[in-house]
Write a protein that binds this ligand. Sequence first.
Ligand code: FAD
Length: 311
Amino acid sequence: MAEEVKNYDVIIIGAGPAGMTAATYASRAELKTVMLDQGIYGGQMNNTAEVENYPGYNSIMGPDLAEKMYASSTQFGAEYAFGSVTSVDVSDRKNKVVHTDMGDFSAPAVILATGSEHTHLGVPGEEDYQGKGVSYCAVCDAAFFKGEHVVVVGGGDSAVEEGIFLANIVKEVTIFVRGDKLKAQPILQERAKQKDNIRFVYNTSVTAINGNEEEVQSVDLKNNETGETSVFKTAGVFIYIGLKPNTASFKSMGITNQNGWIKANERLETSIPGVFAAGDVLEKDLRQITTAIGDGGLAGQEAYNYVSSLG
Ligand code: FAD
């Protein structure tokens, strides 16, 4: 027997800061709201030890902030449901259907807030030392490495831009580039080269991250030209080899750019009426909790306007 479709006014895919804020706004406007997530609510905040740039708190642990946001996002009746979204059928404007591995949900408005993932190096030690010296976010974690020597892995815009940011805070930055040149924009390269405490090392891959279980102490290196290996002492490893959007389930909707990020206008409407996007998953410059919640509030409000317009 086919499972019953659960009906809502708005379905929010992703319960990170963007999705939870959208849920607060939509449910406070009395829309019947559900947040769907394939993991625990909180999104990337659950992988963040300390957040020091969220207004209202000098410092708060990521999972604690997630709990607090969840409490406010559900206070007006928004529901949270566990499930991995596999596709969204928008053929019926008033009854868009979100398919998940836990059943189907339908609503006139859908907010896509599935966030992004950092591309991982995939080397030994990387997962073990996340939050203990391995980071994917200099804006978030640089302050923990004041007076230390850190390394950056990558040669694109993010690696160089974040390397410059780190150099203003830490003692020394060494940027390991896999190939023989940088891919970053020339203006960024120039800026980085003007910093006395940034050094570039080319043709070099990080092959392992080592430590004493509590914190990172060194990385293993391989020279890609000579094959020579070495060990490099460092307290922090910032990995910038790319971010990837979580948009595989939305591919057929035709709302992403060539790199998979969702395109939306300033009201966060995609090209499909009633489908909005919020947070990291959007084509944008700054991916942070504050920007995600700003998007979430707007998307929740716009979803309300859309549902109201249907009468
Ligand atoms: P996310 O937080 O990525 O949430 C997306 C949610 O969607 C996830 O819960 C995911 O499970 C779910 N999802 C994805 N695909 C599906 C699917 N198919 N079906 C169902 N659910 C799905 N920002 C700061 O402002 N300050 C910091 O200090 C800071 N530190 C950081 C430290 C680390 C280690 C990391 C990784 C990030 C950090 N950030 C920080 C960035 C910040 O966490 C993100 O910008 C923010 O979480 C983005 O929110 P979001 O809601 O758009 O997406």
